[in-house]
Design a protein around this ligand. Sequence first.
Ligand code: ATP
Length: 634
Amino acid sequence: MSEETLSFQAEVSKLLDIVVHSLYSDRQIFLRELISNASDACDKLRYEGLTEPALLEGDATFRIRLSVDKEASTLTIADNGIGMSRQELVDNLGTIARSGTQAFAEAVKARQADDKADLSLIGQFGVGFYSSFMVADRVDVVTRRAGDAHGWRWTSGGSGTFSIAEAPEATRGAAITLHLREDAHEFLDEHRLRTIVRTYSDHIAIPVEFVGHDENGTPTLETVNEASALWTRPRDTITEEQYTAFYRHVAHGMDAPWHTVHFRAEGVMEYTGLLFIPQERPFDLFTPERKPRLKLYVNRVFITDDCEALLPSYLRFVRGVVDSSDLPLNVSREMLQEDPRLRKVRSGLTRRLLDEMARRARDNEEDYLTFWTQFGAVLKEGIYEDFERKDEILRLARFRTTASTTPVSLETIAGRMKEGQKALYYITGDDADALARSPQVEGFLARGIEVLLLTDPIDEFWVSAVPTVHDKPLKPVAAAGADLDALPLTEPETAEEAQERAPTDQEQLDRLIAALRATLGKDVADVRASSRLTDSPVCLVAKEGSLSPHLRKLLSQANQSTDLPDDRVLEINPRHGLIRALAKRCAEAPADDARLQDAAHLLMDQARILEGDAPADPVAFARRLTAALASAVS
Ligand SMILES: Nc1ncnc2c1ncn2[C@@H]1O[C@H](COP(=O)(O)OP(=O)(O)OP(=O)(O)O)[C@@H](O)[C@H]1O
């Protein structure tokens, strides 16, 4: 077949355009990405060779080779791994956009503020191969898939198209040749290359060999890396730098891990775990798949990094490796998901990770909060999903409250409850600052009662699974009802305040409530007086037992349920001057008094606005507001 030219998929093209035309810091990471791909390719063949030994073609000694040609200004990274068929070559390196392609392009754009794009995270997005174009103006990939008779050559300058032709010279595996850009000739320097390999790929379990020449020009081979699986080495022989380098390899990150745990589990199931909690959120933390990304090895043979059974999804931010000698090597990836032995591993890993988090929280709360801020929203999913460990996760959880902008534990909050306080109260919404100022919490603030401010979408779900905390009921502020009446105000009222806040005459209040109900009709589920309010005249609360307004909003944003009835209750403050005045007018005015009706709608719209909603009818709202202002001014 003669050479064929194909176009990159549009998103890939866009990504390449950014890679080719940006200036970067850390561009040496291209080598880490290519070595990492080469090592994955060897791992894949080793795994496939277990069930199909013919694929190994009699050669199961895997290696990665680096060589430079100074005259041609090329650097080649060659492996004897699985290789790619023609179709795989076309799909993997050009026509199928991986899920991270667009996400990566966007992330780079967002970070381009200082003119130097940070492309170091490219591998995290599953598009590491394209980092070759940071240093090369042409890339050739010569490859033969294990077991295939023919090989192929892929070549591209990184703009718009790539070509594919037959390559009879291809050996098993893949050889990536980079034609280095004028400004990237530093990567022809052997010393520099060795340093990079040692920094980034020392722990790769497959030897990375450097092809040099002796003084007679005869080729020499030198292994540059340690080439033993890091997790199999004793802990006290591994330096922190080595752990960090390994973490960067598995997480494709540039940060250092926030926590590293390296252990050997013995007992019913024997396995080694080397797990990391990152410092920064990976980009796909909140994608719908919610997949954990641990790498599973059996006796140092890589099996999969797509094993949902290995960790609960609320720990999906954890990266690392699990290697067990007690799992069968030839087990299929699908069977693994159901394997009871794996369930034991999962439970052991979860136990250990939660224990480690608790320990870090005990040791240094401030430092623990850096972790919590990044991953708390994910960990909290466990309160809802992992019944067995619900209480443990609740102990790890930290919350912002009306009394504390620094998140605190439930234990702390429970420990400073007021005498006579019957429950722990919470409010849900999007923005903690707005919630802290919401009329709904006024009555709590006036009584010195701390309210939890819950702003993660998951909060709406777990609260329903947790009826009590530290033996106290956990209640939404909307359900506080009579609890508040029973508690005293923090500061006794002055005589002046008492007069200002004199309660509305009960009979007049009842008439006002009836009038509001009649005017607002179906806009509200009910109208009632409340002690929740101190400074504001009105607020909207959810009817007891119904969806909270925040959850209703989340569901309608997710398009899950747009036709949920709005059954919010309008609460009015009988001790507010405006309510007193309206009640008085209501007692004297005819039932269809236009001003009273306008006031009812304005109050309702005001309550809506405070909940972050728009007025029901903006034009009518504006007209009523103008009329009210005009009459106040004149
Ligand atoms: N040396 C290689 N041998 C065989 N296949 C390769 C090689 N390099 C890349 N590939 C194929 O090309 C695909 C794309 O590589 P790329 O580095 O862009 O992403 P990735 O390696 O899949 O991402 P991740 O690093 O997250 O696994 C790989 O998944 C693999 O199938």
